[in-house]
Design a protein around this ligand. Sequence first.
Ligand code: FPP
Length: 258
Amino acid sequence: MTANSSVSTASTALPQDLEQGRMPAHVAVIMDGNGRWAKRRGLPRIMGHRKGVDTLKKLLRCCRDWGVGALTAYAFSTENWGRPTHEVDFLMTLFERVLRQEIKEMMAEDVRIQFVGNLAALPDTLQREIDRAVTMTQANQGIRFSVATNYGGRQEILQACRAIATQVQQGHLQPEDIDESLFSRHLYTANISDPDLLIRTSGEMRISNFLLWQLAYSEFYITDTLWPDFDTDEFHQAMKAFQKRDRRFGKVNDSEET
Ligand code: FPP
């Protein structure tokens, strides 16, 4: 299947072994392993990215069907500019094309799309397509879909520090006014809650400069499955694992108190 082909829009019911009330409100995903998936099949790396788009579309629908309120996907990091030029160019064109092709379905499915990252450095044509998609979907009330593009967690924190420092310098803010809530409001993700769950495919045990601030208390689910092969069954496994986790946020459970 390719980025041009359609994916079934039929909704899937929540599996019986999952509790609706314990679904994560926000899932973040590091979509790793596209290149290896292609290489194993003797295909160019870009074919892995094309297949990866289908996986993302299916996951977005599954999240919507199962009551996950927000999905954030790491599409392109600030470090990804270091890849071969033809791969970077392919990815920029792919993002643009996918946005153009999917906008109708996003509207029909009530998806609100937004982009997080330093968007000013992206090609103008992509920036225009992003503006169009964000504007068109901004009143939608369904799942919030955030695409991290030219995103780097350290760079995001630095730009927040600079913005806050400027306000202090201009006398609009006192240093003691700076707390976690104010800091969060200066991040690209100001309007979304921190992820409850981070999924990373292809078995790498790294955070790779993704949502460094926001993942402070997220649960992690790491699977050896390569991103293009990450399907609904695997997402179901991830949800089952998440629902078994005991989230203590640094505290102890009532039952453990002596
Ligand atoms: C990582 O695999 C994947 C990427 C850097 C690109 C992911 C992008 C998409 C799936 C397209 C998303 C499109 C939109 C519009 C949101 P890798 O290349 O690092 O794989 P490897 O580790 O096997 O080399």
